[in-house]
Design a protein around this ligand. Structure first.
Ligand code: AMP
Length: 374
């Protein structure tokens, strides 16, 4: 799926592409249409899944649909989040996505002098990102009013409750209009959180991104810690070892994909690359051969691989690890389908270690480490 298909307006699509996102993550695909339709939402998603953009993009779109002009610019959206770091991060993301829109935002949190925050709010903000304590404090001083809130977002609700913000949140909720859209995000959904959510939401649609990671459990996953320059040798050895199996090798870049094809050819292995710089014809030809089993090795970038429907692929090799963890899950979801055993082997150099830990966090398991030469 592409962002275009989510019915986002062009100023947002432009900002998304400038930010460098190419495809929406799972939570974005699921949550954006619901939020754009004006419905309440419960989103079960962890940090790292792209959940900030999942709520910030449709929020900006909804607010931009009817800009409020006039002297008193009321706060129209409130995002509550447990920590100062998260508040800052959300603010920074909103700043990127709103680049081509006329919407203002402000971030407030405790532990610092309030004057600068108050000054900014007085200039008029559409979106307020806040930690509960500081918000309540400024509300009590009659420096912030929430009576024109159209959209209320609770981010990391489970953490907010764990941190004892329940009373603050209840006081804040009492000042927000009843008629509003409410979005509730939480990484976990134990019964007390669910009960709390249902008390403040109106007929919410529930979206959950955990099934994405569970597909990973059907696949034998392993990783080689390896230097970048050793990757091609290992790839050649593995491909020779599994020569009966059709294999997709993922490369992060188009250039990298072409290079792999050339290097494999030198080692006597025929492969073809599919990526955005290849003509449609060349891609179709390579895919056709691969599907008919005449070509055993396909080197693909993530975008080119999307939408390719190849059933029962026994082997996926991640020559490079993706920097978006969901991409890993999508890649390995191509193997181990229909109850068949699948293998996903990843190469991880020193620079890719952080990607690996993000992936392990998302799928909730440690990937088995292989030793080169075994
Ligand atoms: P979050 O879960 O909101 O903390 O996002 C995790 C990281 O993923 C952030 O660094 C985002 O900038 C990034 N991100 C969000 N959406 C996408 C996307 N569609 N493609 C690539 N990166 C993304």
């Amino acid at each position: 799926m592409e962002f275009k298909q989510l019915n986002l307006i062009s100023p947002l699509l432009k900002a998304i592409s400038e930010t460098g996102y190419t495809t929406p993550t799972a939570i974005q695909q699921k949550a954006i249409p619901v939020i754009l339709s004006g419905q309440d939402l419960i989103g079960c998603a962890q940090t790292g899944t792209g959940k900030t953009a999942a709520f910030a993009l449709p929020l900006l779109q909804r607010l931009s649909e009817h800009n409020v002009h006039g002297k008193t610019m009321p706060i129209r959206a409130l995002i509550l989040t447990p920590t100062r770091e998260l508040a800052i991060q959300i603010g920074e993301n909103i700043n990127l996505y709103r680049k081509h829109l006329k919407l203002n935002y402000c971030t407030i949190f405790g532990g610092v002098n309030q004057d600068r925050q108050v000054k900014e709010i007085k200039k008029g903000v559409d979106i307020l990102v806040a930690t509960p304590g500081r918000l309540l404090d400024l509300m009590n001083q009659k420096l912030i009013f929430l009576d024109k809130i159209e959209v209320l977002i609770l981010d990391e609700a489970d953490n907010m409750l764990d941190m004892g913000f329940i009373h603050d949140i209840k006081k804040i909720l009492a000042k927000v209009p009843e008629k509003r859209q409410t979005l509730f995000f939480s990484a976990t959904m134990p019964p007390n959180i669910r009960k709390f959510a249902h008390g403040i939401l109106h007929k919410p649609v529930e979206v959950d991104v955990t099934p994405v990671s569970s597909t990973a459990e059907k696949v034998n996953q392993s990783v080689y810690f390896i230097e970048k320059k050793e990757k091609i040798k290992l790839l050649t050895n593995l491909l020779k070892q599994f020569k009966q199996d059709r294999t997709i090798v993922f490369s992060r870049t188009k250039h990298g994909a072409d290079k792999i094809v050339k290097l494999l050819a030198k080692n006597g292995l025929r492969a073809a690359a599919i990526h955005g710089n290849k003509s449609q014809n060349a891609r179709q030809k390579a895919l056709g051969e691969f599907k008919e089993n005449r070509l055993k090795i396909l080197i693909a970038t993530d975008i080119a691989a999307r939408g390719i429907d190849i059933e029962q692929l026994p082997m996926v090799i991640n020559y490079d690890l993706p920097n978006v963890p969901e991409t890993y899950v999508h890649r390995i979801g191509r193997t181990g389908r229909a109850g068949l055993e699948g293998n996903a082997i990843s190469f991880c150099d020193v620079e890719e270690r952080p990607y690996l830990s993000d992936i392990e966090k998302l799928i909730g398991l440690k990937i088995k480490v292989n030793k080169v030469g075994k």
